[in-house]
Design a protein around this ligand. Structure first.
Ligand SMILES: NC(=O)c1ccc[n+]([C@@H]2O[C@H](COP(=O)([O-])OP(=O)(O)OC[C@H]3O[C@@H](n4cnc5c(N)ncnc54)[C@H](O)[C@@H]3O)[C@@H](O)[C@H]2O)c1
Ligand SMILES: O=P(O)(O)OC[C@H](O)CO
Length: 315
């Protein structure tokens, strides 16, 4: 049964949001608009992490992948009650261990409920009040429902899901694909090529994601196909802009300097290829993105390499 949640009817939650970048700020505004008490913490804040975490019921991490392991370790040292809900909104893979952010949080806090928040969520559109939807996924459904209550509004529709790993991997793996699609558009290869690339990329994401433990159906949902479509069709996506810039002949260093913001797909592609090599997963599109990012080929050669492969069936 669908339940219509009115912001005024729900109990108010005290929340710490970690990371004052674009996503941390957008999530802070969504929760505040629903009347929840939010403490926003960043590395440069006057407030200490210990002060930010005092008496909170929920901790939301919107920290880029590069800071997740260290931040989780700091919070572990501070200590958290075992009923504090930990929400991870980071889309990345840890280069040291190849783990996802939720796996890092769960390893540090084995008794706490962990919830993954992921979906087609370009923060600039959310900050403009444009509508979208997202997914909150957890093996603890009551924790997922608590997060759903915190963020749901008539502009931000939040669905629960019981496949946290699939939800997280959809949002993470599409960043490599967004770089590929940015190249495709930057080279002006046309709408047919872009549609073919996204469709074959979804098969690739499902192949990797299910190998790593996600459920196939999750990748057809908001956090999979939904986020891939958003990220592969907008100049608001930093990852798409990486590919687009490379196709225009800029170096990766130049493109990242222009962005001045997190593009997780660069690190994710490198970690993904490490996993794919180790576990023998066939990832032709991500492989060409990897070679391009590591200056082994040009954008044109990446396209040719994809088109010149052996004939195969569509599976
Ligand atoms: N912006 C979006 O639209 C969006 C949407 C969904 C998910 N995400 C994900 O959220 C995460 C954060 O993205 P963002 O857009 O807020 O990035 P951002 O570049 O806007 O901000 C990143 C913030 O993290 C801080 N930071 C950098 N290194 C850190 C470290 N080592 N430890 C702690 N903090 C550190 C920076 O100072 C900055 O405030 C990424 O994983 C991203 O994929 C972003
Ligand atoms: O700007 P990007 O490429 O990091 O994309 C942001 C979000 O992941 C879109 O859902």
């Amino acid at each position: 049964m669908d339940i219509n949640i009115e912001a005024t009817d729900v109990e108010k939650t005290t929340i710490a949001i970690l990371g004052a970048g674009a996503w941390g700020l957008a999530l802070t505004n969504l929760a505040k608009r629903n009347g929840h008490k939010v403490v926003l913490w960043s590395r440069s804040a006057a407030l200490s992490l210990e002060e930010a975490l005092a008496d909170v019921e929920m901790v939301v991490s919107a920290i880029p992948m590069i800071g997740v392991t260290a931040t989780a370790a700091k919070i572990k040292a501070i200590g958290l009650p075992s009923d504090t809900i930990l929400v991870t909104a980071t889309k990345g893979l840890d280069p040291a261990t190849t783990r996802t952010p939720s796996q890092i949080w769960q390893a540090n806090f084995p008794n706490n409920p962990i919830v993954v928040l992921s979906g087609p969520n370009l923060s600039k559109e959310i900050e403009q009040g444009l509508p979208t939807a997202t997914v909150v996924a957890s093996s603890d459904i009551s924790a997922a429902q608590a997060v759903q209550t915190v963020f749901s509004s008539d502009r931000f529709r939040v669905y629960t899901n019981t496949d946290p790993l699939g939800t997280e991997l959809g949002g993470t793996l599409k960043n490599a694909i967004a770089i590929a699609v940015g190249v495709c558009d930057g080279l002006q290869l046309g709408t047919n090529a872009k549609s073919a690339l996204i469709t074959r990329a979804l098969i690739e994401v499902i192949r990797i994601g299910t190998h790593l433990g996600g459920k196939t159906e999750t990748f057809f949902g908001l956090s999979g196909l939904g986020d891939m479509l958003a990220t592969c069709s907008s100049m608001l996506s930093r990852n798409y802009r990486v590919g687009y810039g490379l196709a225009q002949g800029k170096s990766l260093v130049e493109v990242l300097a222009e962005l001045q913001s997190t593009a997780e797909g660069v690190n994710t592609t490198n970690v993904l290829i490490e996993i794919a090599n180790r576990e023998q997963i066939y990832v032709p599109i991500s492989w060409q993105v990897y070679r391009l990012l590591n200056k082994e080929i040009t954008p044109q050669e990446a396209v040719e390499a994809l088109l010149e492969r052996d004939f195969k069936a569509e599976d």
